[in-house]
Design a protein around this ligand. Sequence first.
Ligand code: AHR
Length: 637
Amino acid sequence: DLTVHLDQPAKPISSNLWGIFYEDLNYAADGGLYAEMIQNRSFDFSALEQPDWNALSFWEVSLEGDASARLIVDAGRPLHRNNPTYGVFKVDNASGKAAIRNPGFDGISVEEGKSYNVSAFARLLHIGPRWTPAKPEEKAPELIARIVAQNGDIIAESKLPPLTTDWSKLKTSLVAQKTDTHASFELVATEAGGIALDIVSLFPADTFRGRENGLRKDIAQTIADLHPRFIRFPGGCLVHGNGVENFYDWKDSVGPLETRKGQPNLWGYHQSVGLGYFEYFQFCEDIGAIPVPVVAAAVSCQHTGQTFDIGQSCLPIEEMERYIQDTLDLIEWANGPADSKWGSLRAAAGHPEPFGLKYVGVGNEDKMTPEFEERFKLINDAIQNAHPEITVIGTVGPFPDGEDFEIGWSIANELQLEVVDEHYYRDPDWFWDNLDRYDSYDRSESKVYLGEYAAHDEGRRLTLRSALAEAAFMTSLERNGDVVIMASYAPLLAKIGRTQWNPDLIYFDNQTVYPTISYEVQKLFGETRGDEYLQAEIPTLEQRFAASAVRNSESGNAFVKLVNGADNPIPVTLNFASDSKLAKQVKVTTLAGELDDTNTAEKPGTVLPSTQTQKLKKASLPLELPPYSLVIVELAP
Ligand code: AHR
């Protein structure tokens, strides 16, 4: 028997326990959540990202008939100093077809009847030895935007407004006449001439919540369906990057797109920062999640393969004042009045109201060196002094055990940090063996944000075995929801064929989203979150079994979660002890299957939850937990 006491005082637990960790890894942003369909739209890819990449990567010239043209890269009179290179389409003869073509991210996927917004910054050049502005008497070329199907059919076409001799943003829209998963995008020149081009963009008109410069609707909705209480972003290792020069600088990621500064992503590709801080905060607001930005602790990622050498990977101390000011400016940008220096930038982007920032993460899994400690303390002190309303989330090193972890916790204790970030990726057994991990945590010390965790099955697979281990562990987090105040599975997103890290919670290609079994677990926990941990008599079994009981004080709903990690059914009688009359029925949701089951693109939805209504007889419910299952019982007041 398992008895849940609705009649006894419950323990308050965090109402923000379940959230997400978003990192631009596995093409999560460009080519993923960020709905931009053109790859290398700004002509700024480089060999720092992939050895064979350059500013013209993913662009080619497409000629027909007598046409002759070439595409080169130039840097004179750029659109903006943060965006120094651009493409020059030099057309000597436009008869036939002279076009530049972009294949998008592994093809451009369009749907019949849907609209797509095209825009490009362009300026007309005079063809000559120097790229001087065109003379007015010359017949100027114009640009036609096209979507071309794999078989060469033109499935959408529209002329852009006339070019000007100064940079201007040209816009048009296209409606696809046919569905094609691997189309390409073309800009066709109508006449000979020189055209400078930058930020050539193609977006589906229909983005998540209709936002301009928005997010791919299906991926964003899949994330929203998790009901995350917070989003930690933009990484991960990405935050501190491949060295001091490669830190993620929030200032480079806000403002008009042409003023943003893309850079190499330490995961081996380019980040346009088109999905930047404004878009992250806006997404949080759109889905009711608390924003948790993370800044580097002025030291770079330990995972880069570089030696952890002060000269290369730590910001010199004399630059710390400027660096710290950047972080304080972030707080003003997010929370300051619309007429403050940085708040006005947010207002200009369309959000005069403050975003209500409460947390700032400083550091990520850093190696606990004296260089880290010194810099972390400076940043922490400055934030606490200037913004006591902000909670700094510290970090306790890369692994749950070992020296870095110990040092991290001793720094946290010394500084009396409110929250620290723990990370661990372990095999499923480890999670089952550590269900008591937080039972003994000292409640007077820092609270824990479990910022990254995942059970990795053999071969780094994500199976029902891993998902159940996570579910069992999550029941222990609920039980310890007074000390673990936030937790997020990691990583979140992965584009099939473009992964640097497996497993991930949600896979996708250009058309479809494939949630994993772990996603189903996270979603179920997100839907059944509580802010009170109910007293319960939970039996200890010889086999793998875990349970928790929470109540949501707003709705009054109680949720009992039961995880059977064994290969035999477990009979359980669930009793609700209550002073008041109970509902006559409960909802019982079951997620069950074989341990090696996976939900993948080849076999999507192999293991999905199913819900039934069952009658409560005298406050008691006989249940049989199927082998290898998560069962959630929901009792409405
Ligand atoms: O989640 C993937 C990586 O794992 C993160 O970037 C890093 O923080 C951790 O090592």
